[in-house]
Design a protein around this ligand. Structure first.
Ligand SMILES: Nc1ncnc2c1ncn2[C@@H]1O[C@H](COP(=O)(O)OP(=O)(O)O)[C@@H](O)[C@H]1O
Ligand SMILES: [Mg+2]
Length: 397
């Protein structure tokens, strides 16, 4: 069928034609908004899961929803390392400055306390991101300017709380790839969320990232209770069927039952794979009826695409030594493996493998979800590795 009409959209952060199976998270945030209107803050939300399950598109949807409800929002995408932490502070400073501008133009209620709050915004942005702002108010001279992010964020939220509340609004910070946030900023966000819930300030942190986040939160025990923590995983069978069938039906095309079953079965409910197969099948289909045969051909095409792009995007960045490690993971565990078992399999002590393990973690290929275990960050990476010819002995380093 005409590629130009193809509704399926594989791609990181790309909005799918139909965002299915995430109603309960959407409802939770609606509830957050409703409670906030009643001056109640039960805390923020953290979404965790593998890459390609749809965390980013869900986070974006949630952000749109709260903005529609009159909230002001700031969006951050965390990145690892020194540079990452600088960028996160810049985005935070700029985002807060934008929020301040929105407040000035939208909030007619209690203009003078909006002005006071905006002065704190200016001071916060100057301190955190080194920005000088043209806002309606000069930077407050002794608010949000300590240089300690936790204190400055708390003072900012404290000063915004009044005007936000009086205007039936709230401030939400959306953080994607939250596992990469530096620990100062992470602690600050958690601590201020904690404080905000205690004080019923309308401030919310809504984050998404890999499941290491769950452990980080468990370690920050007293703060964790201020968050709803949800795993975002593969879609249920019904949701996966809808993700494939609905966009096609909307455009007058029909997948027959066996075609849908094949696609959904092969994708195992993973949104990125559903989009990949859906797209390939659509492009191959000669007319608007899609049967099992076309679906099978499309799946093969989709798998070839994944083997060219999605998986090599990770595999090709590994060294020979790291590949040994990854193959050993697959041999002993599949998608998750015990680090001791990997070491035993390779006949070395576990500590000898820490450099390879660390480097694979920092490349975002595996992550340590629980102590003593490592997992692939994307589904089906184990099967991909099994498909790769073992020619790595001719070293590449
Ligand atoms: N609920 C969903 N239904 C159908 N497709 C989805 C859904 N969520 C995400 N997708 C698709 O899956 C892919 C990955 O989404 P993304 O948000 O980037 O995942 P993550 O952030 O978890 O890595 C995108 O192509 C997106 O369109
Ligand atoms: Mg993402």
């Amino acid at each position: 069928m005409l590629p130009v009409l193809n509704p399926f959209r594989p791609g990181a952060g790309v909005r799918p034609p139909e965002l299915v199976g995430r109603q309960s998270e959407i409802d939770l945030v609606d509830l957050m908004v409703a409670k906030s209107r009643r001056r109640r803050n039960d805390g923020g939300m953290i979404l965790y899961g593998l890459r390609g399950v749809g965390k980013t598109v869900l986070l974006n949807q949630l952000q749109q929803n709260v903005e529609k409800a009159g909230w002001v929002t700031v969006q951050l995408e965390a990145r690892p390392g020194e540079a990452g932490s600088r960028v996160a502070r810049q985005s935070l400073g700029r985002g807060v400055a934008m929020a301040g501008r929105q407040m000035t133009s939208r909030f007619k209620n209690a203009a003078s306390d909006v002005r006071t709050a905006v002065a704190t915004v200016a001071s916060f942005s100057a301190t955190v991101a080194g920005m000088t702002l043209k806002l309606d108010a000069p930077a407050a001279e002794n608010r949000a300017n300590s240089g300690l992010i936790e204190i400055d964020l708390e003072e900012l939220v404290a000063d915004l709380a009044g005007p936000l509340t009086r205007n039936n609004s709230a401030l939400a910070i959306f953080v994607d790839e939250m596992q990469d946030l530096d620990s100062d900023l992470l602690t600050a966000l958690l601590a201020v969320q904690h404080k905000a819930s205690q004080s019923e300030w309308p401030f919310y942190v809504i984050g998404a990232g890999l499941s290491t986040l769950r452990r980080t939160l468990a370690e920050a025990r007293s703060y964790a209770e201020r968050f709803v923590i949800r795993e975002i995983g593969a879609l249920s069978h019904e949701a996966a069927v809808e993700a494939v069938a609905k966009p096609a039906t909307d455009l007058g095309a029909i997948f027959d039952q066996r075609a849908v079953d094949l696609i959904v079965g092969e994708a195992k409910g993973y949104p990125f794979f559903l989009q990949t197969y859906g797209k390939a099948v659509w492009d191959l289909a000669p007319d608007k009826r899609i049967d099992a045969e076309i679906a099978a051909a499309g799946i093969a095409e989709g798998n070839a695409d994944l083997d060219q792009g999605f998986f090599p995007a990770r595999w090709d960045r590994t060294t020979a030594g790291e590949r040994h490690y990854l193959r050993a993971m697959v041999a002993v565990g599949g998608n998750t493996a015990s680090t001791t078992a990997v070491a035993e399999y390779l006949g070395v002590v576990s500590s000898a493998l820490s450099p390879a393990r660390q480097s694979l973690i920092s490349k975002g290929i595996i992550y340590a979800e629980r102590r003593g275990y490592v997992s692939f960050t994307v589904p089906n990476m184990d099967a991909f590795i099994l498909r790769q010819p073992n020619v790595d002995d001719e070293d590449d380093e």
